[in-house]
Design a binder for this molecule. Structure first.
Ligand code: FES
Length: 165
């Protein structure tokens, strides 16, 4: 039986990555149809719970794509996003999910080809992880983390404490 393509959620900043994705479409550049874009006014709107919830909701991989460093329309939104992605990656690792499944990208609005390339490469990486499994990620101790891992269908992960501003 043919394995389905991994489900990818891409949280994209309206001013850059979303525009780049739109441009990729206008340029008729192909990128995987399994990449589901969520448009945000700025990647500074993402928080760790939102990112982790995407995995609870069956995402196989999550992209956060914002403006280049120094180019955020809200000054430091993308800097905050980097910190939050990093924090959420730690939580994924604690939950026994490979943190490579979550990645931050910086994609200028004029870079349709870069968006298409990033989406393809990330999908390929997640496809490889789906084949290999998340073996490299540390196994959590549910007593220490308070997180039940169990089967991937019933992931329960959270980021109640310690999330960066
Ligand atoms: Fe694009 Fe903040 S406006 S990341």
């Amino acid at each position: 039986m043919l394995k389905k393509k991994p489900k990818i959620i891409a949280f994209c900043c309206h001013y850059c990555a979303f525009t780049a994705a739109d441009l990729a479409g206008t340029m008729r550049l192909q990128y995987p149809a399994n990449v589901n874009i969520v448009r945000l006014p700025c990647t500074g709107k993402v928080n760790a719970n939102m990112l982790l919830q995407a995995f609870v909701d069956e995402a196989d991989g999550v992209m956060v794509a914002g403006c280049e460093p120094g180019s955020c329309h809200f000054l430091e939104g993308n800097v905050r996003a980097v910190k939050r992605v990093s924090f959420a990656r730690e939580k994924l690792s604690e939950a026994g999910i490979n943190p490579e499944r979550l990645e931050m990208f910086h994609i200028p609005a004029s870079e349709g080809p870069l968006f298409a390339k990033s989406a393809k490469e990330f999908t390929e990486k997640i496809s490889q992880l789906e084949k290999k499994g998340d073996g490299e990620a540390d196994e959590p101790d549910s007593d220490e983390t308070g997180v039940e891992t169990g089967e991937t269908d019933s992931r329960e992960i959270g980021a109640e404490k310690g999330e960066p501003d």
